[in-house]
Design a binder for this molecule. Sequence first.
Ligand SMILES: Cc1cc2nc3c(=O)[nH]c(=O)nc-3n(C[C@H](O)[C@H](O)[C@H](O)COP(=O)(O)OP(=O)(O)OC[C@H]3O[C@@H](n4cnc5c(N)ncnc54)[C@H](O)[C@@H]3O)c2cc1C
Length: 110
Amino acid sequence: MNTDKSFSRRSFLQDRAMEVLDAAGTEKAWADPVHPTNGGEHLLGTCRMGDDPATSVVDRYHRCHDVPNLFVCDGSSMVTSGRGQPTMTIMALAFRAAEHIKMAASAGGI
Ligand SMILES: Cc1cc2nc3c(=O)[nH]c(=O)nc-3n(C[C@H](O)[C@H](O)[C@H](O)COP(=O)(O)OP(=O)(O)OC[C@H]3O[C@@H](n4cnc5c(N)ncnc54)[C@H](O)[C@@H]3O)c2cc1C
């Protein structure tokens, strides 16, 4: 039995990826075996950032379109990774959000 905690997660995600490829009509798809690893994952996405509430969850200051007093300041706003290591970008965006929250609170907007 494999005790690597990320093994089942990566197997699950690989299965979903194959399903996406199949649904997209891919003619040839293959998956390399999932191996145990001590490496880390970059967990991003699920709360897309954008100006349009119809296609995004948070605005440019991480404020939820649907819940105005809720700010989601983590990697979830980045549905793709602009560079290999995301944490500095997550931190920079969080600092920017904090400045905005401070200004909005001072102006009575929160
Ligand atoms: C082994 C490893 C190595 C990595 N190395 C790098 C690297 O070198 N460079 C890099 O840029 N990135 C690296 N990453 C990725 C980076 O750590 C993550 O992308 C980043 O930390 C994500 O930030 P986040 O704020 O979205 O989530 P997290 O940093 O995971 O923060 C989520 C926080 O929420 C808390 N939490 C969860 N559930 C609850 C709850 N119900 N109530 C209250 N609190 C809760 C957690 O305790 C945690 O503190 C690595 C990741 C791993 C696992």
